[in-house]
Write a protein that binds this ligand. Structure first.
Ligand SMILES: [Ca+2]
Length: 290
């Protein structure tokens, strides 16, 4: 029998799996690795520590714990949906340059029942451009401005039934992700604005008292409608990024809204559900998944 040639390898396939290529001329034997039982969960990578006959787990994004067995709940929202917590974001929608009336997402019909109150929560990151930017436009046959969110450098205008609520204390053009919630109820005609989980102010417009938003209209993200599903103006086009746009048929509590920011997660809305928009983009609007 021929002599066997023995080669001692400087590494193993747990440490440098990319350097190990199958070769039928060699038989490779190795000592039992601390990683051979595949101890790391949820796609974590096992790093063998031969000196101590132990290992450590390098966890995939969104997992933590010595064996990557725990979901990472330490999600600070400060860096928005593209930060550490992007794991909790189903997808982002990107509204690119150049601004164009071709770029939008539309759901028609969007709302199944008339609404006497609402909460609307979302993440947004804006790029400053000429003019104002309309992020959200809900139009019905009776009223093309039934709900609008119009963002200027120095103010945010929110319309219900073509009636204005103006918030002047918010600057949304700071090139960071913002978590925003707006609530409105027709009992008092009051709208409240929350930024990054904090209540920032309220406005009253008595003309919205007892008003009801009509069901069956068209919701457009990224453009302003002057008719159902159309009448867009390039100078009001959104340039930026959106995520987790959801709407409810009730006023969410301050603690519910604070929890969205703390958890960096907007739950699915009962009226508008972000999942439904993923395949409703037009033009150059793109979807990015984490
Ligand atoms: Ca309009």
């Amino acid at each position: 029998m021929d002599n066997l040639l023995c080669e001692l390898l400087p590494s193993d396939h747990y440490t440098h799996s990319e350097k190990f290529i199958a070769n039928h001329l060699w038989y490779h034997y190795s000592i039992v690795s601390p990683c051979s039982k595949l101890p790391c969960q949820n796609n974590g990578t096992c790093v063998p520590l031969y000196r101590t006959n132990s290992y450590k787990c390098r966890c995939a994004k969104a997992y933590t714990g010595s064996h990557c067995e725990k979901v990472d709940n330490d999600c600070s929202c400060s860096s928005g949906p593209e930060g550490k917590q992007r794991c909790k974001i189903e997808y982002l929608m990107v509204f690119p340059e150049p601004r164009s009336t071709e770029n939008y997402a539309m759901k028609n019909p969007a709302i199944a029942s008339d609404l006497s109150q609402l909460s609307l929560c979302f993440f947004i990151k804006l790029v400053q451009d000429q003019g104002d930017q309309i992020f959200f436009s809900y139009a019905t046959k009776q009223q093309d401005n039934d709900v609008i969110i119009e963002i200027y450098p120095t103010q945010t205008d929110f319309y219900v039934g073509n009636e204005l609520f103006r918030f002047t204390s918010t600057n949304l053009y700071d090139d960071t992700w913002q978590h925003l919630c707006l609530t409105w109820a027709n009992t008092q005609g009051v709208t409240k604005l929350y930024k990054d989980g904090q209540f920032t102010g309220q406005e009253t417009n008595l003309a919205t008292k007892n008003y009801a938003l009509k069901a069956g209209g068209s919701l457009v993200l990224g453009q302003e409608q002057d008719s159902v599903g159309g009448g867009f103006d390039r100078n009001q086009t959104l340039h930026g990024r959106l995520a987790s746009v959801n709407m409810w048929d009730k006023v969410l509590s301050e603690s519910d809204i604070a929890a969205q920011y703390t958890n960096c997660s907007v739950p699915h809305g009962s009226v508008i559900n972000w999942s439904a928009f993923k395949n409703l983009t037009h033009g150059s609007v793109t979807v990015e998944e984490p």
